[in-house]
Design a protein around this ligand. Structure first.
Ligand SMILES: *Cc1c(COP(=O)(O)O)cnc(C)c1O
Length: 215
């Protein structure tokens, strides 16, 4: 399937209110151009350097989403252009985002990553940590938290995936209602339909658009 028809097919299944982020990590610029020519404007990358190179090479009306684990020493390379940083999983990241955003006279939008999967390996705050971080957000003058991000367990068990997404949605409602949060980033190629049913506003889809990745 071509990239254009894959995008078309996925979009036909998404409500208009859900933002499709095309996850282009590891993929060459030529494939991103194909998606761009098909109208795609939101792209997701998980490495700052790769994202910065693609930003330089591609049209400037693209919205770049950092969806990976954030290394604080790399934040300065994306502060001037990143659209939304999804994987904020430590206070240290908020401090550094705030500092670098101030330097370039911007406010950087982000989501807090919550650990909802059973796997140990996935990053994110647990419920208690999340409450603490949310309570401290006022101190960050140049960072705007817009909601939450999470990844479900990699499993065929749809009930488990659904229950993990519902946990994230509940946290989003608890903390977000009074703060006017508007981003709930959840769902990938294998589970985005469930994520949308559970209230996702942003889905991050890679392999169903660009094909499997060879790392
Ligand atoms: C790679 C990645 C995706 C996209 O995964 P696919 O299964 O290829 O759709 C989504 N979110 C995050 C955080 C990722 O690292």
């Amino acid at each position: 399937m071509s990239i254009a028809s894959a995008l078309q097919e996925i979009k036909s299944q998404l409500p208009d209110t859900v933002e499709l982020i095309a996850v282009s990590k590891t993929k060459p610029v030529a494939l991103l151009e194909e998606a761009y020519d098909a109208g795609q404007r939101h792209f997701g990358e998980n490495k700052v350097q790769e994202m910065a190179e693609k930003y330089e090479a591609l049209p400037k009306d693209i919205a770049w989403h950092m969806i990976g684990h954030v290394q604080t020493n790399k934040i300065k390379y994306m502060a001037a252009f990143v659209h939304l940083v999804h994987g904020v999983d430590r206070l240290k990241v908020l401090h550094e985002l705030n500092k670098q955003a101030k330097k370039v006279d911007r406010t950087i939008d982000c989501t807090l990553q919550v650990h909802i999967a059973q796997e140990e390996t996935k990053f994110g705050f647990d419920a208690n940590e999340l409450a603490e971080v949310v309570a401290a957000l006022e101190t960050f003058t140049h960072v705007r938290v817009r909601g939450l991000m999470g990844m479900a367990t990699f499993t065929d068990n749809q009930d488990q995936i659904r229950s993990e997404f519902m946990t994230l949605k509940a946290a989003f409602d608890t903390h977000g209602a009074t703060r006017e949060w508007d981003v709930l980033s959840m769902g990938m190629s294998g589970d985005y339909q469930i994520a949308v049913e559970c209230g996702a506003t942003h889905v991050r889809i890679g392999s169903s658009i660009f094909g499997a990745r060879n790392y």
